[in-house]
Design a binder for this molecule. Structure first.
Ligand code: NDP
Length: 480
């Protein structure tokens, strides 16, 4: 099956006619082809978006909102079909795609269908000067949205929904590794009545197609989610053109566990926050710090629970851990286990590739726990983005805080305690964009989402995304 670009409301082949193989991670086989789009394809997408902009940006909010609601409804109606496509393309368990990925993609459109009708700007009266200021928030024009492979439709739609809700037209590129649900979204948008050219989806490599979007002089804002290295590169390319940038990047998130927590809830949640989606979520808590008092107990119980996780084919209903997204990623994970061992890390469970009968060429890996004694080791400092966590004991609050903050990343952190003072002290002093206390990945779409330090700049979510996708203008009127 050939995936096509979605430009100006129709599916078209790439200009040069070149394609890239798309793999099914569960069996290692090529199952579709995606366009290897060039600068020319991006230009076509840009031209369609630019042409659509005057009309779309002047379309009444209720009309825009209605189309977004319709897209959400259509996604919900195709839940099983889209979940199957996502699971096949990414390797994630079908149960996860059905429970999280696809419902959230629908929720993204639904949320911004509502939010745009509630979005307002400010007025400032200059008392004594007979002047009234108001802030006009206008759509930017043509914007670029670039997303990664771990939560394909979930993150793709997290950018597109606020961008079009705010009146922009979009040139978007999903990850070349997981293009399928983005392709299917094109059809859904047409069916929902989204005017042609408002959303254009161009497939291809990051270094060519993605780069062409970032380099395009008239694509005025880039919303990017992906690795920190790619984010830094994009910032370098975009800075001289003074583009607006939102960069959601990597993480090395601490999970800090105190003895006074609700132990059973913490244990259940920690298994999830470590290994959900094969550990391929930017929010996974990959560095687990445990108060010394309960360290041995936690270690024993955690190992026991993790050993019960079933690694299996993504389509099987009892699979907890599906396939990793690609062969390259599997090799990266294996390399990190070796790095950790060479640094003195002790493998407490896992650490090996798994062969699933009938799917011998799939990319499966055991959920892995590594005990470390030094937070400065590479396995605790570099983002692995797979089914590997480390555990390490601490004695005092001060030590736990220092360990948690001792990384270049600052995306999210999780704290397990029932002590209110400690909760407040940690919440204020953790250098992360999100702090979860006695929970993990509980998301309210109104909240600002994003990281500090090397985890990025800018915030998505709620009105933050609508602010990003609009240009504020101060209108100052003096009157007699
Ligand atoms: P990458 O940075 O490799 O790629 C992300 C996207 O950027 C892909 O679509 C990729 O295309 C594209 N891209 C690559 N190079 C360029 C370029 N030069 N110009 C423009 N676009 C480019 O990340 P991954 O896909 O490997 O995703 C994993 C990373 O994403 C992890 O670091 C993870 O932490 C982070 N992430 C962050 C989140 C957050 O909210 N902070 C959420 C989810 C993931 P292609 O795939 O074709 O290379």
């Amino acid at each position: 099956m050939n995936i096509k670009n979605y430009i100006n409301g129709i599916f078209i082949n790439p200009t040069e006619g070149n394609y890239i193989d798309n793999y099914n991670p569960s069996n290692g086989e090529v199952y579709s082809q995606i366009p290897n789009s060039t600068k020319e394809d991006v230009e076509k997408a840009y031209e369609a978006a630019e042409k659509a902009f005057p009309s779309w940006s002047n379309t009444a909010l209720v009309a825009r909102s209605k189309i977004l609601f319709k897209i959400a409804e259509l996604i919900k109606g195709k839940l099983h079909f889209l979940a199957e496509a996502e699971s096949k393309d990414n390797g994630k368990p079908i149960s996860l795609a059905k429970a999280i990925d696809i419902p959230r993609a629908a929720a993204n459109f639904q949320f911004y269908a509502n939010a745009i009708t509630q979005f307002s700007s400010e007025a400032h009266e200059s008392i004594g000067l007979n002047a009234m200021n108001f802030t006009l928030r206008q759509p930017i024009g043509v914007v670029g949205c670039i997303s990664p492979w771990n939560l394909p439709l979930y993150l793709f739609s997290w950018k597109i929904a606020p961008a079009i809700a705010a009146g922009n037209c979009v040139v978007a590129k999903p990850s070349e590794i997981t293009p399928m649900t983005a392709f299917l979204l094109g059809e859904i948008c047409t069916e929902a009545g989204l005017p042609k050219g408002v959303l254009n989806i161009v497939h291809g490599l990051g270094t060519t197609t993605g780069q062409a979007i970032v380099e395009h002089p008239n694509i005025k804002a880039i919303s990017f989610t992906g690795g920190t290295k790619t984010g830094a590169h994009i910032a370098r390319v975009a800075a001289p053109m003074f583009k607006k940038l939102s960069l959601e990047l990597g993480g090395k998130n601490p999970n800090i566990i105190f003895a006074d927590c609700d132990y059973e809830k913490m244990l259940e949640t920690t298994v999830r926050s470590s290994f959900a989606n094969q550990g391929q979520i930017c929010l996974c808590g990959s560095r687990i710090f445990v108060e010394e008092k309960i360290y041995d107990k936690f270690k024993k119980d955690f190992i026991k629970k993790v050993k019960q996780l079933k690694v299996g084919h993504p389509s099987k209903p009892n699979t907890d851990i599906g396939a990793l997204v690609s062969k390259e990623h599997l090799e990266k994970i294996e390399a990190y286990v070796e790095i950790a061992e060479n640094e003195g890390g002790r493998i407490l469970c896992g650490g090996l590739e798994v062969t699933i009968p009938g799917y011998e060429n799939g990319y499966y890996f055991q959920p892995t726990i590594i005990e470390v004694t030094d937070n400065s080791c590479r396995i605790n400092q570099e983002e692995v983005f797979g089914p590997i966590v480390t555990i390490m004991p601490f004695k005092t609050d001060k030590e736990a805080l220092q360990l948690a903050n001792d990384t270049k990343y600052g995306l999210s952190s999780t704290l397990w305690t029932n002590n209110l003072n400690r909760t407040m002290q940690f919440s204020k002093q953790l250098h992360t964009g999100i702090v979860w206390v006695n929970t993990w990945m509980l998301r309210d779409l109104r909240t600002p989402f994003g990281g500090q330090k090397a985890s990025g700049i800018g915030r998505e979510g709620g009105f933050e995304a609508l602010r990003f996708f609009t240009e504020p203008k101060n209108i100052c009127i003096q009157y007699e």
